[in-house]
Design a protein around this ligand. Structure first.
Ligand code: NDP
Length: 313
């Protein structure tokens, strides 16, 4: 078992974590950043990012993350692979257990653990996981060339995934529970104009079927009304795009959170309910969930941590 000490521990390697590392390293805090199981976070599983400022022609998600990572390394941020498995924020310095065995003692902690894709909660999702069920079109879309797939959700993620899959698959169903899409107008327009995409409004998924892999889905339109209609569609792939849950399990009981598990921060700062612990990015953002917003809050968290250290030295 090893023990490390740092002025600033950053947990998470998405846009918030790397940006916090850039700022903390330039402020000479010599930050230690824990890169979890998916270095780079959610953007490593996306295709082109068109709305991150500074890339007029767009940039691929994994490339954007590699650029942010290199920038953090340039200022000697200490990037290490490891999963934070427990915290003790009642102690000073703050204590974080890594991979169940190592300990990091930190004057400040910046939590930037992001969020994870949500599932509907159907037994069949687990039954067919990796056998036709996926929550990442860009990871698994390749397997569905010239096949028929369905995407569940009506937000920007669902539209983006449906559009991406339409470049590979023969047909894409978009299963939307409401009578409208929640996605931005530009994404709605692209989906509505794509001849390969068929939107099934007012529709919910009851289950999936297939011998060994997904061969179809049981759906219901207008559930619970006199127009209720149950029907099946034949599909080879079933993609979830219904939002994300914040990765805050290990902080439960240690920090104040809202009902959905997002970490609460004080006013316009990134300060959590524990002095010296700051939260940045999607883990504390139920509203915007944008890479550029996460990066901005990573900057703010590093500045808040720097100020905290100065005031408590
Ligand atoms: P959202 O929360 O915006 O949308 C989730 C969608 O899933 C909604 O249509 C919701 O339906 C639906 N949904 C939720 N639970 C269920 C369920 N149990 N059964 C069926 N449908 C369900 O999440 P996104 O991941 O799409 O987007 C998150 C944020 O990220 C947004 O702010 C979005 O704008 C942003 N984003 C931006 C992108 C871009 O600009 N390039 C790309 C991707 C995301 P309902 O509407 O009925 O609640």
């Amino acid at each position: 078992m090893a023990q490390f000490s740092t002025k600033c521990l950053i947990i998470g390697s998405g846009p918030a974590g790397y940006t916090a590392a850039i700022y903390a390293a330039r402020a000479n805090l010599k930050p230690l950043l824990l890169e979890g199981p998916v270095p780079g976070g959610q953007l490593t599983t996306t295709t082109e990012v068109e709305n991150f400022p500074g890339y007029p022609n767009g940039v691929m998600g994994p490339q954007l993350m590699e650029d942010l990572r290199s920038q953090a390394q340039r200022f000697d941020a200490d990037l290490r692979t490891g999963l934070a498995t427990a915290v003790d924020f009642a102690k000073r310095p703050l204590e974080v257990t890594v991979d169940g065995r190592d300990t990091v003692l930190a004057e400040t902690v910046i939590i930037a653990t992001g969020a994870t894709a949500r599932y509907l909660g159907l037994d069949d999702e687990q039954k067919y996981l990796g056998m036709g069920v996926s929550a990442c079109a860009t990871c698994d879309g390749f397997f569905y060339r010239n096949r028929t797939v369905a995407v569940v959700g009506g937000g920007d993620t669902a539209c983006e995934e449906a559009l991406y899959l339409a470049t590979l698959a023969e047909k894409v169903y978009l299963i939307v529970r409401k009578p409208y899409l929640r996605a931005s107008k530009v994404m709605q327009k692209r989906v509505l104009e794509n001849p390969k995409i068929q939107i099934l409004f007012n529709t919910n998924t009851l289950g999936l079927f297939g011998e060994e892999v997904v061969e179809g889905a049981h759906l219901v339109e207008h559930a619970g009304t006199d127009k209720e209609d149950k029907f099946d569609i034949a599909i080879d792939g079933f993609f979830l795009a219904i939002g994300h849950t914040p990765n805050t399990e290990i902080f439960k009981g240690s920090l104040d959170m809202d009902e959905a598990g997002f970490i609460k921060v004080k006013g316009s700062s990134t300060a959590t309910s524990v002095p010296g612990v700051f939260a940045a990015g999607d883990v504390a953002d139920p509203d915007y969930k944008q890479a550029v917003v996460a990066a901005g809050s990573g900057c703010r968290a590093a500045l808040d941590a720097e100020r905290f250290i100065l005031e408590n030295e």
